[in-house]
Design a protein around this ligand. Sequence first.
Ligand SMILES: Cc1cc2nc3c(=O)[nH]c(=O)nc-3n(C[C@H](O)[C@H](O)[C@H](O)COP(=O)(O)OP(=O)(O)OC[C@H]3O[C@@H](n4cnc5c(N)ncnc54)[C@H](O)[C@@H]3O)c2cc1C
Length: 685
Amino acid sequence: MDMTRRQFVKVAGAAGVSALMGEGLAACATRDGYDVVVIGAGVIGCCTARELARYDASVLVVEGGLDVACGATRANSGIVHTGYDPLPGTSKARYNVEGARLFESWQRDLGFTYYKNGALVLAFDDADMATLEELRLRAQANGAPETTVIGRDELRELEPNVSPEAVGALSVPDSGVCDPYGLTIAAAENAADNGVEFLFGSPVTGVEASAEGYRVTTAAGNAYAARAVVNAAGINSDLINNMVSSAKLAIAPKRGEYHLFENTVHAFTRTMFQTPSDKGKGVLVGVAAFGNQFCGPNSVAQESRTDVATTREGLDEVLQKAARTWPDVGAGNVISNFVGLRASNADTGDFVVGQAEDAPGFFNAACIDSPGLASAPAIAQDLASQVAGYLGAGDNRDFNPKRTPAPLLVMMDEDQKAALVAQDAAYGREVCHCCHVSEGELVAQLHRPIPAGCLDALKWRTGATMGPCQGGRCTARIAEIVMRELGEAEPPLQKRFAGSTLVGEDADGQAVRLDLGDGATASEIPAGKGASANSDGAANDAAADEAAAPAGAGEATAPAAGADGGGATASEDDGPFELPRAHWRIPGSRCAGVYSARCTMDLMDALGCLPGENAVVWGDTDLARRCAERLRAAGASVEVVLPQSESLARVDGTPRVEEAVFEASDGTLRAVPCDLLVVSAAMSG
Ligand SMILES: Cc1cc2nc3c(=O)[nH]c(=O)nc-3n(C[C@H](O)[C@H](O)[C@H](O)COP(=O)(O)OP(=O)(O)OC[C@H]3O[C@@H](n4cnc5c(N)ncnc54)[C@H](O)[C@@H]3O)c2cc1C
């Protein structure tokens, strides 16, 4: 991978801000040395950077991934716990209670999704009821908001879909949900607006004491001098600590798997926990900030700090445990599965926050597992004030705590939408039909204080590709808009991490260009409105212009995919709808290079590239057949596997797909190497 090439984003125009992809650029960071280098741009690193901006100090945030929140912050339950659960006297108890209290004021300043929906902790027998009483007292001891124990009837009244087996619950009315990514990017943007610099695609490989304080070295071999360091490296925070301190830390990673349902599923309004055990808070049924019901996580210890592949066993376990709360739960309406890795402290189970005793100027925010999200604002404030005290930094009198979020149509009423479209017609061109995201919203994210630096950044900032088709119909169009907008950018675009290229690369690391003059044109793509990219962007735009109307007609609800897999269509004029991978319960890594047939063909036309040279097409649809033909015609080797013969048991590869594992009816497994996997089984059921 050529890291000297700028990837996807431009240097931000805002004064004093650089948000860069890839370090090979001559001047990645604007100074020789910084007062503070923050390692990691998760919720802790970004909130801390924002709080550091209140002081008169130069700050650089160094992140390994291509976006903020590349670790646990992107894959968790999103619950703002009130603090009834952590043991009194622990750092978790203190920061959780203080952090949750700060959410409302942070939301007012930064503009991210957060609301109190309340939580119920369910009891299924007398022993559970006794534990709930302990939790009620613990909430008091921790200084958390009041909780009450309620009986069966009240529980049923509050949540009619709860299992009849539940005999009572602890009611936690102040429990909330937030958009963890939204909080993180909001804090990062506000930090950037106040002069903090960000460096992405730059994993830190070394930290050592130096005359100035510390030298922070990245994988590209660049070194950044800092008077102080904040270690917010999530799952790797023990490794970073151990580079400078003899008080060694050890993280024991624990995976948690999830099912995310389409947003027509509404079983509960509150977060539904089960009585906790020594394994943690257990599998819950929750509501994500944008309204989708989800269930998870389980808790499984693993060695790897990077493996976030889902497993058949884990996903089954989660559904089985969720059924105790929600008897009607089923996998039929699942649109996505994911895994989060907890950075659990193997020795004490507690957070490690503050200056390392034997390393002056080196500050930890290490081993931050749950409730790290709820605690983030409090950890950030505390750490920033400790760091400022160490540096002797005064106040930054220019600090502006307010951030103006980019417009999101789903948050607007009809008049607001119409006004926006009148200003800029791109807001009237809907690109993601499932989640009603317009071209204008996507374009805006490419020019924010921290520009979206990869496709997942656009997804998480706008909601595009998050609906029932999971990007099957709009990914190519989005890629086309990015390339048009940034001018100099060219394939391969990245999904989230370096190497997670949207289209495959040849041996020289170049996307394989198609000869579009060979008759392989957009005309072969099934008709679709707006979502189908074509090789003539202007024509496509003109067509969309004609249809210009405010996107997202006032509803956040995406169209339903067929629960039974029986050939659902999103809407009459959106073209064929292929159900996403999660619908077919296909576990494995969440790598780049797994697409629907339509998406594959759209990518060929939109980018003029071969999505992969060694393709496997799992499907029996007309689209699958046409896709296989087009790939072959473009020079790819293609194996077509019929769902009736073999099920798709697993997908492997990181960051791009490397193999598909098929299972025959007699249980025989067969691994097929590939760099492109097409899943197109929607029409056959
Ligand atoms: C399954 C699960 C469910 C959870 N549910 C909740 C919940 O409901 N409520 C709650 O309060 N908390 C919850 N948590 C905990 C919460 O998600 C975490 O505590 C929080 O996200 C930790 O944030 P962080 O910034 O410390 O780590 P991360 O989000 O992991 O961020 C660390 C960042 O550092 C980067 N990085 C790592 N190594 C390096 C390096 N060497 N160089 C440069 N960058 C590096 C990573 O790419 C990443 O972006 C949950 C966690 C999990 C896993």
